[in-house]
Ligand binder design. Sequence first.
Ligand SMILES: CC(C)(COP(=O)(O)OP(=O)(O)OC[C@H]1O[C@@H](n2cnc3c(N)ncnc32)[C@H](O)[C@@H]1OP(=O)(O)O)[C@@H](O)C(=O)NCCC(=O)NCCS
Length: 174
Amino acid sequence: MNDEAADLVIVPATESDHAVLFEIYRDVVAAGGAQPAGVKADREVFHEGWIRRRRVYVARVGDTTIGGYFLRTNFPAFAAHIAQGGYLVAESARRRGVGSRLLAHSLEQAARLGYTAMMFNLVQQGNPSRRLYERAGFKIIGTIPNVHGDEPGLIYWRSLESGSKAMVSAMPGE
Ligand SMILES: CC(C)(COP(=O)(O)OP(=O)(O)OC[C@H]1O[C@@H](n2cnc3c(N)ncnc32)[C@H](O)[C@@H]1OP(=O)(O)O)[C@@H](O)C(=O)NCCC(=O)NCCS
């Protein structure tokens, strides 16, 4: 863990954090990542995909917000015990353990809230988050064809029950 990750705090997002996350999200979409091609990176899409019916937390170093995550119920009403998360780190702050810290925090929050499993939906084959997920014990449980153009979207799953605490605390930066 480097100094930035050591000074980092993860806290519930404010309205102004939402605006920072939107900027990061827009950069990610412009670079071709994080969601199926052809989806607009406007505020409405961001609100629907990142804010609405979600708990949002951000990573801050001092007063600067450098990333965040959302946590929500993946299947509301019918399988409401399964959570889903999404993660964003500003490009200038990547590859220093911030994403790993956010993932670990989200798994702890999800377990604390009573979710028994966590999923990630429609992950792109080349997405850097895959390494984080796999290191935290997530497995690919399915693929959906033709999500990202001709490429499938990968579905990751992991239980939050027995052993999950040990896996979370074993993650770097914690
Ligand atoms: C995915 C993301 C959140 C990771 O954040 P991060 O702060 O870079 O993550 P970390 O620094 O904790 O990196 C964790 C691991 O992934 C690896 N990694 C990070 N970026 C990578 C990349 N572009 N290519 C390959 N591996 C990468 C790191 O090397 C590290 O592994 P290591 O510690 O074994 O070397 C960040 O890349 C991001 O915001 N991407 C755009 C949005 C996105 O795709 N989000 C996920 C889907 S919602």
